[in-house]
Design a protein around this ligand. Structure first.
Ligand code: UT7
Length: 323
């Protein structure tokens, strides 16, 4: 059986760090409120002229270099973003050109904060059915560009960044002992549009719009749906929560991450958290956290890594990987 094996990770965060204290100097908020309600202390914000494709290219280059792979060896780029450079073409094609990759295919996936989970499932499917032997899966966002900086209920929550992984086709036995992506689960429920959306777009207002969120309502759906989708994905792989070595959740809110970890019965030290330093970087949050936990040696070859996310749509999902 073909398996998509993770070869390497890469990450990029814009240079500029904005602290809660800096935001408190501009709007009616406080470091105390933000830390207590979300766990966030700082976020990175892209510079003027620094686009999603630039962030993505830097993360991708690092992942490729760590995999010892040239761009010409890639068959596929799947880039998850809700903040593309332009309405079209796909930001993935800008990354393809920046990397100097002149063959294969590159396209975007749009599932907001669940984008990386979706993109990984798509790339894994294309590898499994033989359409690609190697793939770059990227999550990249410049959410700072779609924030209403006067809305304290949302603008303190998000940040910019990019993360990437390189996947390579390998052979497995079709059991949970295989290395690679073991199972994925994707869900959405469009009835919850109004809980989290951007109030603009090319076919409606003709503008790119600003992010609008009913945070408390999204929160209510988060822990329940995330614990359920993790359970569903574990059972597809024939594994149990106790088999998880690392939970690498979407980084929206420390309280959601802690709540999901508790519901799964996982100790805190098995849950990777970057929300404090990165805030919510939407589709970039999981690959950024993966890069952090592989670079510092926490995630090691052979371990079971569970990814999960929920966001606008509502769309949610999970992937389980043997590293
Ligand atoms: O990644 C996509 C998925 N998104 C999420 O997972 C986000 C899920 N939701 C959340 O993380 C939380 O709901 C928030 C962090 C967004 C908000 O936390 P909360 O505990 O649900 O607070 P709230 O929205 O119910 O607001 C509580 C109070 C309100 O004041 P009143 O009406 O009680 O007087 C807000 O006006 O906090 C006030 N508030 C603030 N105060 C200081 C809202 N934002 C701020 C702020 N600073 N930045």
């Amino acid at each position: 059986m073909i398996r998509s094996i993770v070869e390497s990770c890469g990450a990029y965060l814009p240079e500029r760090v904005v602290t809660n204290a800096e935001l408190a100097g501009r709007i009616d908020t406080s470091d105390e409120w933000i830390v207590q309600r979300t766990g966030i202390r700082a976020r990175h914000i892209a510079a003027d002229g620094e686009f999603t494709s630039h962030l993505a290219t830097k993360a991708a280059s690092q992942a490729l270099q760590r995999a010892g792979m040239t761009p010409s060896a890639l068959d596929l780029i799947v880039l998850a973003t809700s903040t593309p450079d332009e309405t079209f073409p796909a930001t993935a094609t800008a990354v393809q050109a920046n990397l100097g990759m002149t063959r294969g295919a590159a396209f975007d996936v749009q599932a907001v904060c669940s984008g990386f989970v979706y993109a990984l499932a798509v790339a894994d499917s294309l590898i499994k059915n033989g359409m690609a032997g190697t793939a770059l899966v990227i999550g990249a966002e410049t959410f700072s560009r779609i924030l209403d900086w006067n809305d304290r209920g949302t603008c303190v929550l998000f940040g910019d960044g990019a993360g990437a992984v390189v996947l390579k086709a390998g052979q497995g036995q079709g059991t949970a002992a295989d290395r690679g992506v073991l199972a994925s689960t994707l869900h959405s429920d469009g009835r919850h549009h109004d809980l989290l959306y951007v109030d603009g777009g090319p076919s409606t207002t003709g503008t790119s719009g600003f992010l609008r969120m009913q945070g408390r309502e999204v929160f209510k759906h988060a822990v329940t749906n995330l614990a359920a989708v993790v359970g569903e994905t574990l059972s597809k792989a024939g594994l149990e929560a106790k088999d998880i070595d690392w939970l690498v959740p979407h980084q929206a809110n420390k309280r959601i991450i802690d709540g999901t970890g508790r519901k799964l019965g996982l100790p805190d030290d098995k849950v990777v958290q970057t929300v404090e330093r990165h805030a919510n970087t939407s589709a970039a949050s999981i690959p950024l956290a993966l890069e952090a936990a592989t670079s510092d040696g926490r995630i090691r070859r052979g371990q079971i890594v569970m990814l999960e996310a929920i966001g606008g749509g509502l769309a949610w999902g999970a992937n389980i990987i043997r590293w």
